[in-house]
Design a protein around this ligand. Structure first.
Ligand code: TEU
Length: 549
């Protein structure tokens, strides 16, 4: 297996809008991040992934870019960015930026031109089709509700938008689009950044028949209609050959629709495409036929199955990132842990999972504090376009608004977009002004100031495990095998190489369990989120790491 820094290091994702506001306008900004670089460095992470900070009308909070070469003034200036990058590098960390090139904003100059006329030089930067039977060209639906096509009366055609109506899909068939993407890549790489997270990269190649789909489950539509198109590998390889490969950088593709069957095509070490992917199989668990607000049950059996399938699919050739939350999914302690009685214990257990599986761990801002989901009861307190679009769609279809809100409590993206809770002062120390989205009311009890003053807090547990992982490359490159302990509440696995063997025991339940079935005589217990004990009795949400003598 090839060894690389991007396999050994750990990613920390910052969603700048919610991280720290330095100006009092209620919106997180670059100077706010700069003021917290020591906090991040002290945690022990290595690579900062910055969600978009480019010019944008913020229809999708920056994932709708109107200028790839400039910083949105609400985040600061290019001089602020240069200071941030310098501060990150001065601390021995790296910065990867979010590349969103499956689509742009409809306020991008390219689209402003494209929509003017059918013969405009920029017309083919986007995907325009005539209507069919008085409606859209086909029955494709947006990730964010409604048709994936918007009618434009100026030229009497529809344009494709797999996300919001203000995020028109770019036409990668057009070599000028690919040239433009290469130029954007090289611009930021020449500034010295250390790589990119590539937003929905499997979607960039469209199936050009644009035929209706008979598929009804949205996850199936994503995989079989939107993702993995006929030229996706050609296009990713092209940007690798024309830009990425000239720099010592990393790329991680966000992979909606990438299944284990096709995973290696994107990240095989000899493919010349991506270094790793954020696959979403475990994150899309629970999404029913109509998506995340049409939930279906799932459990840890599903999660464990998916981790095993991906470990086997990657072999020694591919690589994934290991994560349980990001800016698109609920707080991991609320979704996969237990965020009331066992919030601290379960948050620590989940961090041990993330830091001991094979893959590059990715920690989302605030997870190290044990931040949990927010429960706004008024739809007006939510900001996410996805939530508002589906609120309209589901309630107009007859769903009780209260029922929809309960699904938002569990699956809404604003759960992870409330301001970072720095202390128990007004607005949790995030801003001296009114935050763009309300602070989670539990900031009084859950905040960085309190956590940093508690030696037994989640933050210091993360810091200890991050340091341990750095010192024990067995947890990076070692092999992995799950032990069958005949108990669905336990996740027990080994990591080993020629030097060491570790045994990880996770009781992902609020029940007490016993380890009687495990022969532990040759192992010494070195880490636990409870008092170290030779006992075989496992506490609720107890996480243990043993080392073979
Ligand atoms: O996300 C695409 C994606 O797969 C998730 O948005 C997920 O499908 C969605 O939350 C529906 O459940 C990327 C970005 O991470 C996301 O923030 C953007 O909204 C989206 O692409 C469009 O750029």
């Amino acid at each position: 297996m090839e060894k690389h820094w991007w396999k050994e290091e750990v990613i920390y994702q910052i969603y700048p809008r919610s991280f720290k506001d330095s100006t009092g306008d209620g919106i997180g900004d670059i100077q706010g991040i700069i003021s917290k670089l020591d906090y991040i460095k002290n945690l022990g992470v290595d690579i900062i992934w910055l969600s978009p900070i480019y010019q944008s009308p913020n229809d999708d909070n920056g994932y709708d870019i109107s200028d790839y070469y400039d910083i949105h003034p609400e985040f600061g200036t290019m001089a602020d960015f240069d200071q941030l990058l310098e501060g990150i590098h001065a601390r021995g960390m790296r910065l990867i930026m979010d590349l969103v090139v499956n689509h742009s904003s409809d306020e991008h100059a390219w689209f402003e031109e494209s929509k003017k006329s059918k013969d405009n030089p920029y017309r083919d930067y986007y995907i325009w089709k005539p209507g069919k039977n008085g409606g859209p060209p086909n029955n494709w639906r947006s990730f964010f509700g409604g048709s994936a096509w918007k009618y434009d009366p100026t030229t009497d055609e529809y344009f494709l938008h797999l996300f919001t109506q203000k995020q028109p899909d770019l036409n990668w068939e057009n070599p000028k689009v690919r040239d433009a993407v290469v130029d954007v890549l090289r611009f930021w790489l020449d500034k010295g950044i250390d790589g990119f997270r590539m937003d929905v990269i499997p979607l960039i190649s469209k199936r050009l028949e644009f035929a209706d789909t008979e598929l009804t489950e949205f996850n199936d539509v994503v995989e079989k209609v939107y993702s993995n198109g006929p030229k996706v590998h050609q296009y990713i390889n092209e940007i690798y050959e024309r830009a990425i490969k000239d720099y010592d950088v990393m790329t991680v593709g966000e992979g909606p629709g990438i299944s284990t069957e096709v995973g290696l095509k994107y990240v095989g070490h000899d493919r010349g495409e991506l270094n790793m992917i954020f696959h979403l199989d475990h994150m899309f668990l629970g999404h029913g036929p109509k998506g995340k607000f049409d939930p279906v049950p799932y459990d840890w059996t599903d999660i464990k199955r998916i981790f095993k399938e991906w470990y086997d699919a990657m072999g020694d050739s591919g690589w994934v990132s290991i994560f349980l939350d990001n800016h698109d999914f609920p707080r991991l302690v609320s979704r996969f842990g237990e965020d009331t009685k066992y919030r601290v214990e379960s948050a620590k257990l989940l961090s041990m999972l993330i830091l001991t599986l094979r893959g590059t761990p990715c920690i989302y801002q605030g997870t190290e504090l044990g931040m949990s989901n927010v429960h706004f009861d008024d739809i007006k307190d939510y900001r996410d376009v996805e939530t508002h679009n589906f609120y309209k769609e589901f309630t107009e279809a007859g769903m009780d608004p209260k029922e929809f809100i309960s699904h938002v409590h569990d699956h809404g993206r604003d759960n992870v977009r409330t301001p970072i809770q720095w202390d128990n002062s007004e607005n949790s120390g995030f801003s001296s002004g009114t935050p763009w989205i309300k602070v989670n009311p539990n900031f009084i009890d859950i905040n960085a100031e309190k956590v940093l003053n508690d030696a037994d807090s989640i933050y210091y547990w993360y810091r200890d495990l991050l340091s341990f992982r750095k010192e024990n490359k067995t947890l990076v490159y070692g092999q992995w095998e799950v032990l069958d302990v005949d108990n669905n509440d336990l996740y027990v696995y080994k990591r080993w190489d020629d030097n060491e063997e570790f045994l990880i025991v996770l009781n992902h339940s609020s029940s007490h369990h016993s380890l009687d079935k495990l022969s532990l005589e040759n192992y010494s217990l070195i880490k636990s989120n409870y008092e170290l004990s030779a006992s075989n009795a496992l506490n609720p949400w107890e996480a243990r790491l043993y080392k073979l003598y």
